[in-house]
Design a binder for this molecule. Structure first.
Ligand code: PHE
Length: 337
C-alpha cells in the first residue's frame, strides 16, 4: 500500500535528478522516468485507486502537487536549454563562436613583400607583368640575338602558338618603358619558368624580382648604392657588397653582385661554400639598344637594371637547403614561417 514517505522519496529523487540535468536529452530522460507511461509519478497515480477512500483525498492532493511541480520544472528547464531558434539540439547559441584558422603568408610572399618594402623606401614603384610572353619581350627587345642559347627550346617553354612562358622578369623592363616615359623607378616581382630538371636547387618555376631605374643621369654608382642599401637592409648593416664583371646582353657593363656571408662574415663556412661571399644578384647599366627597343632615346637617357631570385634569397634568409620545400604545400614546413 502507498505511503506518504514513498511520495516524498520520489519527490526528492526527482529534485536530485533535475539538479543534474544539463542537456535537452538528459531532461527528456528525466521526463520519461517520472512522467512517462511507466514513470514513477504515473505509477503513484495508478496506486491511488487501491487506497481506502478516506485517504484518497490527502494522497491525491500530494501526488498532483508533485506531478504539477515536475511538469512545470521540466518546462522551465526545456526553455532554458533550448535558446530561441535551436530545434531539438544540444547546441548552445550563447557560446562564443569558433574562430576559423586564418593561415599566414607563404615564405616566398613574405620575402617578396619585405624586398618590395625596402625598395619602396627608395622610391621604387611595384609593378606587375605577364607570365605568357612573346619572343620580342623575352629576348629580342632585350638585345638577345637570335642564335643565343637561352632561346633554345631546352631553355625556354614555348606554347604551341609561338608564345612562351617568360624565363626572366626582365620582360617587364620593356613593357614598362613602352608605356611610361622616364624618370622611371620600378620593382617587378613575379613567376618565371625554365625547363630545368627539378632538384634541391632547381625548379621549372620560381620567382624573380626585377628592378629598373631610368633617368637622364642614372649612373652605375647609383646602382651600387641602391643595391648596397638593399642588401644591408635585408641582411644587416655590416654586410659588404662586391661587384664582379659579368655579361648580360641587356646590360653594359654587366655585373654579378656578391654579398659577404652573413653566417661567417667572410671567414668561410658551408653557407658560402667556404669563399666568404654569396652571389645574390645580376645587374648592370641598361644597354642603349634596350632603351631604343622600348622607344626611349639611348642618347638622352641612361639607367640600371637588376634581377634576383626570390627562392634563393629566402633559402639564404632562413637556412633552407631544398627549393622543393616551397612548392610541396607541406604544412609542417610552411607553419615555421
Ligand atoms: N634577367 C637576368 C637573369 O635572369 C638577371 C638580370 C636582370 C641581370 C637585370 C641584369 C639586369 O639571370
Amino acid at each position: 500500500m502507498l505511503t506518504l514517505e514513498q511520495i516524498d522519496s520520489i519527490d526528492k529523487e526527482f529534485e536530485d535528478h533535475l539538479a543534474k540535468v544539463n542537456t535537452a536529452q538528459s531532461l527528456e530522460t528525466l521526463r520519461v522516468h517520472f512522467l512517462g507511461k511507466k514513470g514513477k509519478v504515473t505509477f503513484l497515480l495508478k496506486e491511488l485507486g487501491a487506497l481506502p477512500p478516506g485517504e484518497r483525498a490527502e494522497f491525491g492532493r500530494r501526488i498532483h502537487e508533485l506531478k504539477n511541480h515536475a511538469e512545470s520544472q521540466i518546462q522551465a528547464y526545456a526553455s532554458k536549454l533550448k535558446p530561441a531558434g535551436a530545434k531539438n539540439s544540444d547546441m548552445d547559441l550563447t557560446l562564443p563562436g569558433l574562430r576559423p584558422p586564418a593561415g599566414h603568408l607563404h615564405p616566398i610572399t613574405q620575402t617578396i613583400r619585405k624586398i618590395l618594402s625596402i625598395f619602396s623606401k627608395m622610391g621604387f614603384q611595384a609593378v606587375d607583368g605577364r607570365e605568357i610572353e612573346t619572343e620580342f619581350y623575352n629576348f629580342t627587345a632585350l638585345n638577345i640575338p637570335l642564335d643565343h642559347p637561352s632561346r633554345d627550346a631546352f631553355d625556354t617553354f614555348y606554347t604551341r602558338h609561338g608564345n612562351l612562358l617568360r624565363s626572366q622578369t626582365s620582360t617587364v623592363q620593356i613593357r614598362i618603358m613602352e608605356r611610361h616615359k622616364p624618370p622611371l623607378k620600378i620593382i617587378a616581382p613575379g613567376k618565371v619558368y625554365r625547363p630545368d630538371t627539378v632538384d634541391a636547387s632547381h625548379s621549372f618555376m620560381f620567382h624573380q624580382i626585377e628592378g629598373l631605374q631610368v633617368d637622364e643621369k642614372s649612373t652605375f654608382s647609383d646602382l651600387k648604392g641602391t643595391l648596397a642599401f638593399f642588401l644591408r637592409e635585408l641582411f644587416g648593416s655590416s654586410t659588404k657588397v662586391r661587384f664582379r664583371p659579368h655579361f648580360f646582353p641587356f646590360t653594359e657593363p654587366s655585373v654579378e653582385v656578391d654579398m659577404s656571408c652573413f653566417m661567417c662574415h667572410g671567414k668561410g663556412c658551408p653557407v658560402c661554400a667556404r669563399s666568404g661571399w654569396i652571389e645574390v644578384l645580376g645587374a648592370g647599366s641598361v644597354h642603349p639598344n634596350v632603351l631604343e627597343a622600348a622607344g626611349i632615346s639611348g642618347k638622352k637617357y641612361q639607367g640600371f637594371a637588376f634581377g634576383l631570385g626570390v627562392e634563393r634569397m629566402t633559402m639564404l634568409r632562413y637556412g633552407i637547403h631544398d627549393i622543393r620545400l616551397f612548392f610541396e604545400n607541406d604544412l609542417r614546413f610552411l607553419r615555421q614561417f
